[in-house]
Design a protein around this ligand. Structure first.
Ligand code: CU
Length: 289
C-alpha cells in the first residue's frame, strides 16, 4: 500500500516536472513483468479478485501446515531419532480431524464460490445490449438498442499504431460504452468457437456458432478509460490477432459517438479522437495555470 502511494506521488511529480499529463486516457492492459490481475473495474472482477485472494491465503496456510507436518515427521521420527517404531495403526481422533477439517475448508470455499457464480450468471436489468460476434479472425459488433448499426473491428497492424497504443491489442474500431451503464453483452460466433474476454471486467465468455451466450458489465464514472482483451479460445491461424478494445466514455461522448455511428460506424472513431484531444488540451491548460 505504501509502495503504491509512493509510486502515485512519483507519477504526479513526473507530470509536474515534465508539465504534461498523458494525452491518452487511462489504458488498461497487462504490462511487462506484471504480477497479479489487471485492474478490476466491474463488480464482477472486484468479487473475483477478492475470492482469489481468499483462496490464495487458504492455500498458503494449508501448504505451510503440510510442510511443517512433513518436517516434524522427518526430524522426529527418522530411524536415528526414533529407533523403535510404534506398533499402533489407528487413531480415531486424528482420523476424524483429518476428514472433518478438509470438508470444512471446502465448504468455506464453496459458499462464496457459488455466490460469485450466480452473481456472474444472473444478468441484472440492463440499460442496453451489445452483440459481439466472433469471426475468423476479427470481432463484429451490433448495437440493437441504438439504431442497429454494426461494424467489424480488426486488429491494428503494428505500422498503423498511434503513439501509446499497445501492440496486438489495439483495434481500428473500438467498442464504446458510457460509464455507469449496465450493459448486456450477447456473444456468439459465425464460424468456429471464439471467446470474448475482457480481464478488467472479469468476462470470459465462449462465442459459439448457433448459440447465444450472454454476460454483463458495469463500469463506473471513476474508471473511464480504455480496456483491452483478446479472443481466449484457440480458434485458428490468427487467433492471437483478434483483440477487443473497449472505450468507457462519459455519456455525452457516447451519445455523440452513437449519432456518428448511425451515419457511418467506420467514421465514428473520429468522435472519440476529438474528445481525447479536447480532454488533453484541458489537462494541459489546467497544468499551465
Ligand atoms: Cu477467436
Amino acid at each position: 500500500m505504501r509502495l503504491k502511494a509512493a509510486l502515485g506521488a512519483l507519477a504526479s511529480l513526473f507530470v509536474l516536472v515534465t508539465g504534461s499529463a498523458s494525452a491518452t486516457p487511462n489504458q488498461v492492459y497487462a504490462r511487462d513483468g506484471q504480477i497479479g490481475f489487471q485492474q478490476a473495474v466491474t463488480p464482477i472482477m472486484e468479487n473475483i479478485t477478492a475470492f482469489h485472494s481468499m483462496v490464495f491465503w487458504l492455500i498458503a496456510a494449508i501448504t505451510l501446515v503440510v510442510v511443517a507436518l512433513l518436517a516434524w515427521v522427518m526430524i522426529r521420527y527418522n530411524a536415528k531419532s526414533n529407533p523403535t517404531a510404534g506398533r499402533f495403526s489407528h487413531n480415531t481422533l486424528v482420523e476424524v480431524v483429518w476428514t472433518a477439517v478438509p470438508v470444512i475448508i471446502l465448504v468455506v470455499i464453496a459458499v462464496p464460490s457459488f455466490q460469485l457464480l450466480y452473481f456472474q450468471d444472473v444478468i441484472p436489468e440492463s440499460d442496453f445490449t451489445i452483440k459481439a460476434t466472433g469471426n475468423q479472425w476479427n470481432w463484429s459488433y451490433e448495437y440493437p438498442d441504438h439504431g442497429g448499426f454494426s461494424y467489424v473491428a480488426n486488429m491494428l497492424p503494428e505500422e498503423e499504431l498511434a503513439p501509446g497504443q499497445p501492440r496486438l491489442l489495439a483495434t481500428d474500431l473500438p467498442v464504446v460504452v458510457p460509464a455507469g451503464a449496465t450493459v448486456r453483452v450477447e456473444v456468439t460466433a459465425s464460424d468456429v468457437i471464439h471467446n470474448w474476454a475482457m480481464p478488467s471486467f472479469g468476462i470470459k465468455m465462449d462465442a459459439i456458432p448457433g448459440r447465444l451466450n450472454e454476460t454483463w458489465f458495469e463500469v463506473g464514472d471513476e474508471d473511464i478509460g480504455i480496456y483491452y482483451g483478446q479472443c481466449s479460445e484457440l480458434c485458428g491461424l490468427r487467433h492471437a490477432f483478434m483483440p477487443i478494445e473497449i472505450h468507457v466514455v462519459p455519456q455525452d461522448v457516447f451519445d455523440a459517438w452513437v449519432a456518428a455511428a448511425n451515419e457511418d460506424p467506420y467514421e465514428a472513431p473520429s468522435v472519440l479522437a476529438a474528445h481525447y484531444d479536447a480532454t488533453a488540451r484541458e489537462t494541459r491548460l489546467a497544468a499551465a495555470e
